[in-house]
Unconditional design. Structure first.
Length: 117
């Protein structure tokens, strides 16, 4: 009887530890994949919005199409990024911080500061 109880305890402990390890690795993998996708969007957005006579803003659809992501995923990843900003004038267009909107030290654009005054 004691051997059966020991087996159950050992099996339960092993299963619990395996579950914890799988959960931790899954969380780490999700975090790494998210950061990779954000970096991919940032790199693409920075590359296509620089230069003379180039539009500084890109639509959610364009970003999704060029980066092989869904539009919902682009919205989520862009909202998680510190370098991707959403246009306050139009819906569903995004720009790269510092290119699409020149900012001051507080993070506000010059245009937004003028409207406050």
């Amino acid at each position: 009887m004691n051997k059966i109880i020991e087996g159950i305890i050992i099996g339960g402990a092993g299963g619990a530890s395996a579950g914890i390890v799988v959960a931790v690795f899954g969380t780490v993998k999700s975090y790494i994949v998210k950061k990779y996708k954000i970096k991919r969007i940032e790199t693409w957005l920075k590359r296509v919005t620089q230069g003379p006579n180039v539009d500084e803003w890109r639509s959610t659809h364009a970003i999704a199409s060029f980066n092989n992501l869904t539009e919902d995923m682009v919205r989520y990843l862009a909202s998680c990024s510190k370098n991707i900003i959403r246009s306050s004038g139009e819906k569903e267009i995004w720009g790269y911080r510092g290119i699409a909107r020149a900012e001051n030290e507080t993070g506000e654009s010059k245009r937004e500061q003028v409207q406050v005054l």
